[in-house]
Write a protein that binds this ligand. Structure first.
Ligand code: ZN
Length: 579
């Protein structure tokens, strides 16, 4: 690459104009606003030098340095090239040989931040004793009569430290830690919760209480309640005691909080896959207040019918279409759920769960999938359908292929959320239609104890990043946070090693390289929101979204990539995290 002089920088205007897409009219889904383009002829706001810059730009994959102005990369190249673009006012970041990547993009998650703000975080607890300590701490600053709530508990990850064995938490464990407040510990996967004796007492539930319709209480062999309540049985606890208040202020604070946590992990863009009207308001308020530390691509929630689908109904009726918004907050499309869950072991498959005759469940049948896809597609909405099992995925493909055949739209890129269990026919159909799958990128690592029920053979076709790439499909990264961990370094480790937390390997045929993992987490994520021309790589003319890492994921032992610290995260020229 040739050197840039200040004079020549004036001349870069032409190249930048190309990158910014001058010559065509702006497009709502991908254009860069006119007024934010850098003014030519002045020095850079920031230069980064002496870095190992993994640009994820095929035409110049490695660089030492780059320059940023008005929130955009304006040049990428060697230290000498880039130093020419600085003056006395330019911030100079000396990367000192550290690796720098584009900002990471999480294409499927649910970051509201409210429970992270109000409840005790049990996500990383690995023993029952640790959970007790965290809940006791939370109770110490909770007023009497108010609930102590945890989140992120997963029974398949927690052992009793006294025996070293996996077991579920009980009301007696909770009583020991928190005797005087009501306690609820919901399972990370939803559907079930555990309560302490105080909560049972306040709800008037005892050993003689019958199981309610559509619900169940957990009992010991002697018939005593053990604290577990499933499905509708949880409803008996709703109206007793004081729950933390959740209103507009808490929701807005939640966005500030969770976007800060995600920025600290290196994330600069997220796709909210199924938001409520209250969530959309909170995002707008946090954005307006300058507190939102990620770019948000927002899917309204569609169905199935019994889901809360107010957001899609109202936006569609208001005449909103996919692509409405700006580079920080944009309406993406509508999200439907067509089958069960991967980690909850209820996804709809053509072969049964190991040792059972259970094939999982469909939440929407083929006809309902056809109708939902047709309605959204014909109304100008981008469709995203949750489909984990191969049966559900083929139903969705049938619908996408049908609508595109009958009412063709230019490059609709309808999405298959999760797209967990694939086969060669599914891969071919996705490649041919240019549909976007969003497989879980941390699950193979964090949920290992659940995969035994699928078995080794199925795991060779699950979260199939390698297969997608081999079929030319630009597969992006997706955490499904809160159900999964969102840290991109954990995701890279998971995709590169295919190992769970106990070192067991699931589907080694699906391994990808570190470079491929970086591309999945950045440029492919941009493609999943029609933004590959404006973000996802360190390229002159794109948004200056970048991350500096303490260590190079190419160099460290693959089994400890997840320990790599993120030193700095920048979004459009603003620092969203600095360690
Ligand atoms: Zn989800």
């Amino acid at each position: 690459m040739s050197s840039y002089t200040r004079g020549e920088f004036l001349g870069i205007g032409g190249a930048l104009a190309g990158a910014f897409g001058l010559g065509g009219w702006p497009r709502a889904d991908r254009s860069v606003p006119e007024q934010t383009r850098p003014a030519p002829g002045t020095a850079a706001d920031l230069i980064l030098v002496d870095g190992r810059v993994y640009t994820v730009d095929g035409s110049s994959p490695g660089a030492e340095a780059f320059a940023v102005k008005d929130g955009y990369f304006i040049a990428v190249g060697s230290n000498d090239d880039i130093r020419n673009l600085a003056d006395a006012d330019t911030e100079v970041v000396d990367a000192a040989g550290r690796s720098v990547t584009p900002g990471f993009i999480d294409c499927h998650c649910h970051p509201t931040g409210v429970r992270e703000l109000l409840s005790a975080n049990l996500t990383k607890a690995r023993t029952i004793q640790e959970i007790q300590r965290i809940l006791a701490e939370k109770a110490a600053d909770t007023p009497p009569g108010h609930w102590v709530e945890g989140y992120g508990y997963d029974d398949t990850k927690v052992v009793d430290a006294t025996t070293g064995r996996y077991r579920r938490i009980t009301r007696w464990d909770l009583d020991e830690a928190v005797p005087d407040h009501p306690v609820e510990v919901p399972h990370r996967g939803g559907h079930i919760s555990w309560y302490n004796s105080k909560a049972l007492e306040m709800a008037g539930v005892d050993g003689d209480t019958p199981d309610p319709e559509g619900g169940r209480f957990g009992r010991t062999d002697e018939g005593e309640l053990n604290g577990l309540a499933a499905e509708s049985a949880r409803g008996l606890f709703n109206d007793v005691g004081q729950r933390p208040e959740v209103g507009p202020e808490q929701r807005r604070n939640g966005i500030r909080h969770i976007s800060g946590l995600m920025a600290a992990a290196g994330i600069t863009s997220v796709h909210q896959t199924g938001g409520t009207p209250e969530n959309l308001t909170a995002l707008q308020e946090a954005y307006a207040a300058g507190e939102m530390r990620f770019r948000m691509y927002w899917f309204a929630r569609g169905g199935p019918e019994h889901y809360d689908h107010r957001s899609y109904d109202a936006l569609r009726e208001a005449g909103v279409r996919s692509g409405f918004g700006d580079p920080f907050l944009r309406i993406a499309g509508v999200k439907y759920s067509t089958d069960g869950s991967n980690s909850g072991r209820s996804m709809a498959m053509s072969t049964p769960y190991r040792g059972t005759d259970d094939y999982g469940i469909l939440q929407m049948d083929q006809q309902e999938v056809h109708e939902a896809a047709e309605e959204a597609h014909r109304n100008g909405w981008r469709v995203a359908m949750h489909a984990n099992g191969d049966v559900a995925i083929e139903n969705v493909l049938n619908a996408y292929e049908r609508v595109q055949r009958l009412w063709p739209r230019e490059d609709p890129r309808h999405r298959i959320e999760h797209c967990t269990l694939v086969n060669p026919r599914i891969l071919r159909r996705i490649a041919e239609g240019n549909w976007i799958p969003t497989p879980f990128w941390t699950y193979v690592h964090i949920h290992g104890n659940k995969w035994a029920e699928y078995g080794e053979e199925k795991s060779r076709w699950m979260w199939a990043h390698r297969s997608f790439l081999d079929h030319g499909i630009p597969v992006p990264g997706a955490s499904d946070y809160g159900a999964g961990d969102f840290e991109p370094m954990t995701a890279i480790q998971a995709m590169v090693t295919r190992k769970d937390t106990q070192g067991r390997v699931w589907g080694p045929n699906q391994r990808v390289s570190v470079d491929e993992a970086l591309r999945i987490g950045t440029l492919n994520g941009a493609y999943a929101s029609f933004e590959e021309d404006v973000k996802g790589s360190i390229t002159a003319g794109k948004y200056a979204d970048w991350v500096m890492l303490a260590e190079d994921p190419h160099d460290v032992d693959p089994d400890r990539i997840k320990e790599i610290k993120v030193l700095r995260t920048e979004m459009g020229g603003r620092t969203t995290h600095e360690a």
